[in-house]
Design a protein. Structure first.
Ligand code: ANZ
Ligand code: ZN
Length: 833
């Protein structure tokens, strides 16, 4: 056995772990608990390197915690509902369920080949009845508690395919299949009242000290708390228009009023005037995401209406309808201040509306020209009684006057919107509601749950197959028994991922979770995933947990105690002469140049980018595992970069990792038995134990790897001794979280008892960490004249003797005896002449 054979060894140990049940989490265990979780994957088809990196990190931590004596919960499942399965159904004529379950089977096998320490007995898939049925029950709990409501809201509508589109199906404002410009359309949809939790979700961020600051900041911005003023502009013909502003200090810079195309005044006008109706239709084109609305070209329509400025009865402002004003934010209307708001500036420039400076960086800046909107705070100018006040003072002054004058009210506003959870799609959790003409929207009685998603659906025409199902959507009203209609919207898949970590912790058949069991594990101690989920998923999961807490189902407020967001796996990109992308397998290197294997043509190399199918710069984990083994892949994933940074995939890197695996194997199998001690090596071993432990504790996997490299170097160099043999055994335990198969095989080769996976984490002797030697500064009359090395803890008299005896010092002394010698042990000897 001089060569380690990953293929044979890995399969063997994976089977043994499975047979021993060692990764099963026992909720009733008296041991302290550790819940390690990586964001569960969407079963898109195959595991990619990003998954491998993410799950390897979690796995190392899970194995480390286990060795430390924790009862570890480290589960895996599938975020299995969602659009791609329906797209596959439309394109490949395969049922979304079949497509999804096949993908799960394939990806599960891939994960198993990587040897992850997962409790597969708790595996779940959100598309299965024993998950989404419980989700329906939770939805009804929230419904009863008043946290669910229905409201008209805008969706993306494809006018050619006659279907609602998900945001990701809108590409540059057009339907992904029809290519037709997307319109906004109003539909009745279900919402969760996340805005009720805005303040506590914001405050809760303060307690999440094991989260990256940047993620907390992103959530804070998303919640977007701001203090502002809501106030009325009176209309000369009677009535008024309410606006919300966060910059009341700019009130004298107002140039126009803008209302949303969905504003009641706009709709009333449209009912009478065709030109208004036409404009509104135009303004509603384009997607519904805030980002799209923000970047779309500004469009306006002058209604001819005017309003009166609240602080000057002689000042009339024109009322425009503008496409950038959202209906569901503030009051759906704003007053435009082009001098100090970028959107207003663009709008005013386009339509020739006045632009006035009302904020400057000093009172003498009142006349400085404006070449763009300046939104920085400063002092008020051109603003009558506000002139000279700071922005904050001026804000407070206007709010005070508005409240005193009864024309406005100071208001705290959150940018956070209620969470629209309705999706007009098939492959999702059916919303358990029944619509009755007489009784309205009636929740499905819990005894009638689950509402099972029908299997017999067709995807030959666009739209939601549930709408055109011949029987499924026809039901009797649970209240009055009249013929009624089932809700055909399904839940946003973010609902599915908002509580899967609870279901992992406890999965009884008859309810979503057992409270005591769930609380034994929660909160998740360490959550690991991509930063792309920094806002939505993490915020929704925090909300869902708090909602359950509020309705008395759980006493946990924050679901994820620690959060870690790992970097991406990147790879160089390659392009053929015609500009098309080439995959790494299609190219070969000669010297500094690359060629296309098939055509022999030269290839240009592009930037190092995240591995993605579109750029073809992906490396498939399977072929790499095949070639180098799982441990080498795991080792490489951990070694080259700090885990929060991007990791560039390279053949050199994986080959280096593979060589290392074999080096460790040779150490473990080289039978250099000998007696005798090696104090220096033992000292290095203890340092490595401490360093690896500290690195894993703080998720600095690359540092753990570096410490292990050092230790392996030291062991290789050391002469055979009993200490060396012992060091190799400990090394194997230290390496086990990262390269578990190698560790097991080596452990067995060393005659270790049982499996490495059951070995406790080694402890180090703190005394061994201290340097044996210290450097002593020798001063003569306070000036540094010499340094010498001495054993740590050498008594004063000995140090003094060493210093005085040194040749260099003797030269300074000459014949005279020192007047005084000051000794600071382990640090300094000062000789005063
Ligand atoms: C006047 C003003 C002057 C504004 C200025 C900004 C800068 P945040 O801070 O994100 O909460 N606004 C109000 N309602 C809106 C709506 N329904 N759709 C789009 N924009 C709307 O945004 C608050 C600001 O966004 C408000 O303050 C308002 O413009 C605009 F120098 O009022 B501001
Ligand atoms: Zn009824």
């Amino acid at each position: 056995t001089d060569r380690f054979d990953p293929a044979a060894s890995e399969a063997r140990w994976q089977e043994r772990w499975e047979a021993s049940g060692c990764f099963r989490a026992d909720s009733a265990s008296p041991k302290p608990k550790a819940y390690v979780l990586e964001m569960f994957p969407y079963p898109s088809g195959r595991i990619h390197m990003g998954h491998v990196r993410n799950y390897t990190m979690g796995d190392v931590l899970a194995r480390f915690r286990r060795a430390q004596g924790y009862e570890v919960l480290h589960p895996m499942g599938w975020d299995a509902f969602g659009m791609p399965a329906e797209n596959a159904a439309m394109e490949k004529k395969v049922h979304p369920g079949d497509w999804t379950r096949q993908n799960i089977a394939g990806m599960r096998a891939q994960l198993k080949r990587l040897g992850f320490a997962l409790d597969w007995s708790r595996e779940l898939a959100t598309c299965e009845l024993d998950y989404y049925g419980h989700e329906q029950a939770l939805f009804l709990d929230l419904f009863e508690a008043g946290l669910v409501f229905r409201r008209e809201s805008e969706v993306n509508w494809d006018p050619v395919d006659m279907t609602v589109l998900a945001n990701e199906q809108v590409i540059d404002g057009r339907g992904w299949r029809s290519g037709a410009p997307v319109e906004r359309r109003k539909l009745n949809q279900w919402f969760l009242r996340i805005t009720d939790f805005a303040e506590e979700l914001l405050e809760g961020l303060g307690s999440l000290d094991q989260w990256p600051d940047k993620v907390r900041l992103m959530q804070e911005n998303w919640i977007g708390k701001s203090r502002g003023l809501q106030f009325r502009f009176e209309r000369p013909e009677g009535g008024s228009i309410e606006v919300f502003t966060t910059r009341p200090d700019t009130i004298f810079g107002a140039s126009f009023l803008a209302i949303s195309p969905g504003h009641p005044i706009a709709e009333a006008l449209a009912a009478e005037r065709q030109d208004v109706a036409d404009f509104i239709a135009l303004a509603k084109q384009g997607g519904t995401t805030a980002a799209e609305i923000e970047t779309a070209e500004k469009l306006g329509f002058d209604t001819g209406l005017t309003v009166t400025h609240p602080l000057n009865p002689d000042w009339q402002l024109p009322v425009w309808i503008a496409n950038f004003v959202l209906m569901d934010y503030g009051t759906g209307a704003l007053y435009g201040v082009p001098g100090h708001d970028a959107r207003d500036f663009e709008f005013a420039t386009k339509y020739g509306l006045p632009i006035t400076r009302v904020v400057a960086q000093g009172v003498d800046g009142a006349d400085a020209p404006l070449s763009e909107a300046e939104n920085a705070p400063g002092v008020a100018v051109n603003s009558r009684f506000l002139d000279g006040m700071t922005t904050d003072e001026a804000k407070a002054e206007i709010i005070r006057r508005a409240e005193a004058g009864g024309w406005g009210q100071g208001k705290t506003q959150y940018r956070l919107r209620d969470w629209g959870v309705s999706r007009q799609r098939y492959w999702g959790t059916p919303i358990p509601i029944i619509h009755c003409d007489a009784c309205g929207a009636v929740p499905v009685p819990k005894a009638q749950l689950p509402v099972v998603l029908p299997e017999d659906v067709s995807f030959d025409v666009p739209g939601n197959p549930l709408d055109r199902h011949s029987t499924w959507n026809k039901v009797d009203c649970p209240k009055c028994s009249a013929a009624a209609r089932r809700e055909t919207d399904t839940l946003d898949t973010f609902v599915d991922s908002s509580w899967y970590f609870i279901r992992f912790a406890s999965q009884p058949d008859d309810k979503p979770f057992d409270r005591a069991e769930a609380e034994a594990w929660l909160p998740v101690g360490q959550y690991i995933g991509g930063v792309e989920h920094a806002i939505l998923h993490l915020l929704y999961a925090r909300f869902w947990t708090r909602a359950l807490e509020r309705i008395g189902r759980l006493s946990v407020k924050e679901p994820f105690k620690g959060l870690f967001t790992q970097g991406m796996v990147t790879h160089e990109t390659y392009r053929a002469g015609d500009g098309s992308w080439l995959s790494p397998e299609q190219v070969t290197r000669n010297g500094d140049d690359w060629t296309h294997i098939e055509s022999g043509e030269p290839v240009s190399t592009g930037r190092v980018e995240k591995m993605s199918k579109s750029k073809k710069n992906v490396v498939d984990p399977d072929s790499i595992i095949e070639r180098y083994g799982a441990d080498a892949v795991r080792w490489f994933m951990l070694s080259d970069s700090p885990p929060e940074r991007d990791l560039e995939w390279s053949i050199g890197g994986i080959e280096g990792a593979s060589r290392f695996v074999h080096r460790v194997w040779r150490l473990a199998t080289s039978p250099a038995q000998a007696d005798g001690n090696d104090a220096a090596l033992t000292r290095k071993l203890h340092r490595a134990i401490a360093a690896v432990g500290a690195a894993l504790e703080s998720l600095q996997f690359n540092k753990a790897v570096a410490a292990l490299y050092e230790l392996v170097n030291a062991v290789e160099k050391a002469a055979p001794s009993a200490d060396r043999t012992a060091a190799i055994r400990t090394l194997v335990v230290l390496i086990a979280p990262m390269a578990p198969h190698l560790a097991e095989e080596a452990w067995a080769a060393l005659g270790g008892e049982g499996m490495v996976v059951d070995q406790p984490w080694p402890s180090h002797d703190p005394a061994m960490l201290v340097d044996e030697e210290v450097t002593i500064a020798v001063q003569v009359n306070g000036k540094l004249r010499h340094t010498l090395n001495a054993p740590r803890g050498l008594p004063r008299e000995d140090l003094q003797g060493l210093a005085l005896g040194a040749d260099k010092v003797a030269a300074f002394l000459g014949d005279s005896a020192p007047r005084k010698v000051i000794v600071v042990p382990d640090r300094l000897v000062n000789i005063v002449l």
